[in-house]
Write a protein that binds this ligand. Structure first.
Ligand code: GLN
Length: 231
């Protein structure tokens, strides 16, 4: 399996190193045609406006959208999650081009600016499908986004309580009953999104989870080809 890592800007080296620790080759993707040589893709964190401008400059959006539509596994971390969202709020002006595909609304800077970056332990009950997936993981949140609302086809993998001092008065949050929470990790079919940065920790479980998900999708795809050929 060859995992592509979008290498326009941000923490792509850290993702490649995390994959290497698991014995998997990660290759830098900067051009549309390079997507043909990879079976899955990681979109790293960084700064989504800059990344979008670079992706536009290199005319990458049509190929990236096609990759998502083909059902190939894609994981977006932080700015990468913003890229994958169908809807983004909290943008300063004009908005930015997105890949889309993940049925959710993301607030781009939900947790505030750089100085409000933080770490927190997150419950990850739905990661039990991988070895050692139980318990908690350390979430590194850097100018982090959060998912305010997700569609019915989305599996929620981790949530985080809205900080009491949050000055965000989004109606999507206000309308929640009881303790108010935002989604910080989610999965929908071939798409995985995390608002935090697993590639900046020594914990490989999120990379393992993505590789397992990618394997299952690839196996499913090759099985269905066999069925078509045999029919
Ligand atoms: N909130 C940032 C953005 O809009 C993303 C931050 C990150 O990727 N660490 O791009």
């Amino acid at each position: 399996m060859v995992v592509g890592v979008l290498a326009l800007q941000g923490s792509f080296n850290e993702h490649i190193a995390a994959l290497r620790r698991l014995g998997v080759k990660g290759v830098e993707v900067r051009k549309a045609e390079q997507l043909q040589d990879v079976s899955s893709l990681i979109i790293p964190g960084g700064e989504s406006t800059t990344m979008a401008k670079l992706a536009e400059f290199h005319n990458l959006f049509p190929a990236l959208r096609n990759f998502v539509k083909m059902g190939k596994p894609v994981w977006g971390t932080c700015a990468g999650l913003i890229f994958l969202a169908d809807k983004v709020v909290g943008q300063k002006s004009g908005g930015q081009e997105l890949i889309g595909g993940l049925d959710c609304t993301v607030h781009r800077n939900f947790f505030g600016s750089q100085i409000q970056s933080f770490e927190a332990d997150l419950e990850i009950p739905n990661l039990a499908s991988i070895e050692g997936g139980q318990g908690t993981c350390r979430g590194v949140f850097i100018r982090a986004p959060a998912v305010l609302e997700a569609g019915p086809g989305v599996e929620v993998l981790a949530v985080y309580p809205v900080p009491p001092d949050s000055n965000l008065v989004d109606p999507l949050i206000e309308s929640q009953e009881g303790e108010k929470k935002v989604i910080v990790a989610l999965k929908q079919g071939n798409l995985l999104g995390t608002a935090f940065h697993p590639e900046l920790t020594a914990d490989s479980r999120w990379h393992t989870f993505f590789l397992k998900m990618a394997n299952e999708i690839e196996e499913g795809a090759s099985n269905s080809i066999v069925t078509i050929e045999g029919s």
